[in-house]
Write a protein that binds this ligand. Structure first.
Ligand SMILES: Nc1ncnc2c1ncn2[C@@H]1O[C@H](COP(=O)(O)OP(=O)(O)OP(=O)(O)O)[C@@H](O)[C@H]1O
Length: 218
């Protein structure tokens, strides 16, 4: 199993009281499976993605990525899991402003020791970025910046890709094109995929959908 969550719980201190956001979340994701995660604003979708990525720790329960339990790992071990197995795509693109498109595209794969020049060239072509390789992120449109962020994640061929409303900053047509490309590429690298989205239309394009409400999955 690529990903297993068992009874995951998380609460935050808000204005002096402890508020439960995730109240016992359990699910499994097979290798190569595509899951849409929906839920109202504030229902805990981003919190759940952060826990799966090991960017934050749950208060209780278990998260296993490719059989490895994230609890009890050191920060360095968690960083190694993220580098080696997990790709993250956020709404805010998070490109490195001082690097060119080409440098941004290669950055994560190079860090993970997985840079494959042929695959990088194919990604550049398929994402329509060939003419922008020497530009800097600020010289790109939002859709182009998100395509660079997606290429950067896919270049390392992660086992699991976590995307938090990746088209939330794009207009609907641009977002549809970007998601379609992303789904094709995620399938090609046979990655497991969790897409946080508010769109039922986008959620319908994936293999499965889970809805987060009142701290539990439906
Ligand atoms: N670091 C934090 N400290 C305190 N409260 C937090 C923290 N992070 C998230 N929360 C709270 O946890 C709840 C869930 O937040 P989260 O961002 O996971 O929701 P979401 O479903 O992703 O929302 P949206 O769709 O609006 O992005 C919210 O009430 C939020 O205020």
């Amino acid at each position: 199993m690529l990903l297993t969550l068992r009874d995951v719980r998380k609460s935050y201190n808000t204005e002096g009281s402890r508020v439960g956001v995730l109240k016992g979340v359990s699910f499994e994701l097979d290798a190569g499976q595509h899951l849409a995660l929906t839920g109202e604003s504030g229902s805990g979708k981003s919190t759940l993605l952060h826990l799966i990525a090991g960017l934050d720790m749950p208060d209780g329960g278990q998260i296993r990525v490719s059989g490895a339990d994230l609890a009890g790992m050191t920060d360095a071990q968690l960083a190694a899991v993220r580098r080696g197995k997990i790709g993250l795509v956020f709404q805010q693109f998070n490109l490195i402003p001082s690097m060119t498109v080409a440098q941004n595209l290669a950055f994560h794969a190079r860090l993970a020791g997985k840079l494959d020049e042929d695959w990088n060239a194919e990604l550049t072509e398929r994402l329509g970025l060939a003419a922008c390789l020497n530009r800097y992120p600020e010289q790109l449109s939002g859709g182009q910046q998100q395509r660079v962020a997606i290429g950067r994640t896919l270049a390392a061929k992660p086992d699991l890709i976590l995307a938090d409303e990746p088209t939330g900053n794009l207009d609907e047509d641009t977002g549809d094109v970007v998601i379609e490309l992303m789904l094709q590429l995620v399938s090609d690298v046979k990655a497991g995929f969790i897409l946080v989205t508010h769109s039922t239309k986008l959620a319908g394009l994936l293999h499965r959908r889970l809805h987060l409400t009142h701290g539990l999955l439906q």
